[in-house]
Design a protein. Structure first.
Lengths: 209, 127
């Protein structure tokens, strides 16, 4: 059989499907086309061609089987028991450490404020308290950093669940404990947004005029 | 003039943020400041004590700042209590939701002392 004939049959089949559906080929129709195409091929193929196709299909099956074997050899539990929890611990520790550091800064700021209040010179006292206020304002970062890291931890947990669902689908014979990340902390995900995505304080003030 | 002895309740799940707001309010001159770590703890405090100002974060569990606001506004005794939302949550839809729920003013984190003072003046009057 001429190769161009196969192409022509397939092309015509696809074109007629496309024409019948406003130029769109639905993915759900692809398997029907393939089944029909294989039916057509039966009439055209020589025995040696049939053998060649059989051999190639067998090769594909072998590849799939190898892939499944590779996946089952993957120690998914390491991912579950070590990597992702370790990443989560590292991220949690960033929150804790920045919180401790900021707490230390705030303790110092409180002490400076107490000393500043005792200064007789109004100008020096005012200037010092103004600087203390600036430090307090700058300590805002800890809250925002913490909220952003919480977002990362949440998404990391989601990725972990997805990987496990995929692995479970590929090797259901093994007992894989799919992590159950409930939705209770989802509301904590809102928090800080990217600057370009959000209105400024001035924009928000317009709502309250 | 605003009475600096009014009872103020600040609500945030981050201890450092509670400290920052408390320090800024103290510098302004407020003397009676209580703290709560989430909306439901705040609501319990509001039921026990009369507050003349509530400053709350939005993103908290188990009760968010918006839910706290809705509860405050739903209660006859607290429905007129000035309520300022101080939050990193600055999406327009959320600002509108807070406004519809009856928030008195809205501050986006990170904020400075000047912004906090300006919002306090707009809600409480000059001091």
């Amino acid at each position: 059989m001429e190769h161009s004939n196969w192409e022509e049959i397939l092309f015509n089949k696809l074109q007629s499907l496309q024409n019948s559906n406003s130029g769109i080929i639905d993915m759900n129709h692809i398997d029907v086309i393939i089944a029909q195409f294989l039916e057509i091929l039966k009439y055209y193929l020589t025995n040696s061609q049939k053998e060649e196709i059989y051999y190639q299909i067998e090769n594909i099956l072998l590849q799939i089987s190898e892939l499944k074997k590779d996946i089952s050899n993957l120690n998914a539990e390491i991912l579950h028991d070590n990597f992702i929890p370790e990443m989560e611990i590292e991220l949690e520790s960033i929150i804790m450490q920045t919180e401790e550091s900021v707490s230390g800064i705030l303790d110092t700021v409180d002490k400076i404020s107490e000393i500043a209040k005792k200064i007789q010179d109004d100008q020096i006292r005012g200037a010092l308290l103004h600087k203390v206020t600036k430090i307090l304002e700058l300590c805002n970062f800890q809250d925002l950093t913490g909220q952003r890291i919480q977002k990362i931890i949440y998404h990391l947990s989601k990725i972990e669940s997805i990987i496990f669902k995929m692995l479970h689908a590929l090797r259901p014979e093994n007992e894989l404990k799919i992590p159950d990340h409930d939705e209770k902390n989802k509301s904590l995900l809102n928090g800080p947004q990217k600057k370009e995505d959000t209105p400024s304080q001035e924009d928000i003030d317009q709502f309250f005029k | 003039m605003v009475d600096m002895n009014i009872n103020v309740l600040i609500v945030d799940d981050y201890k450092t943020m509670l400290r920052i707001i408390r320090s800024l309010l103290t510098q302004i001159g407020f003397n009676n400041i209580d703290e709560a770590a989430n909306g439901s703890m705040a609501l319990a405090k509001v039921k026990e004590k009369k507050y003349e100002l509530i400053i709350s974060d939005w993103n908290m569990e188990p009760m968010t700042g918006l839910e706290l606001l809705q509860n405050i506004r739903a209660d006859e005794k607290t429905k007129n209590t000035p309520f300022i939302m101080v939050t990193a949550e600055s999406k327009t839809d959320n600002v509108i939701a807070a406004k519809n729920a009856g928030v008195s003013n809205y501050i986006v984190k990170p904020f400075n002392a000047e912004t906090l003072k300006a919002k306090l003046v707009s809600v409480l009057g000059a001091f």
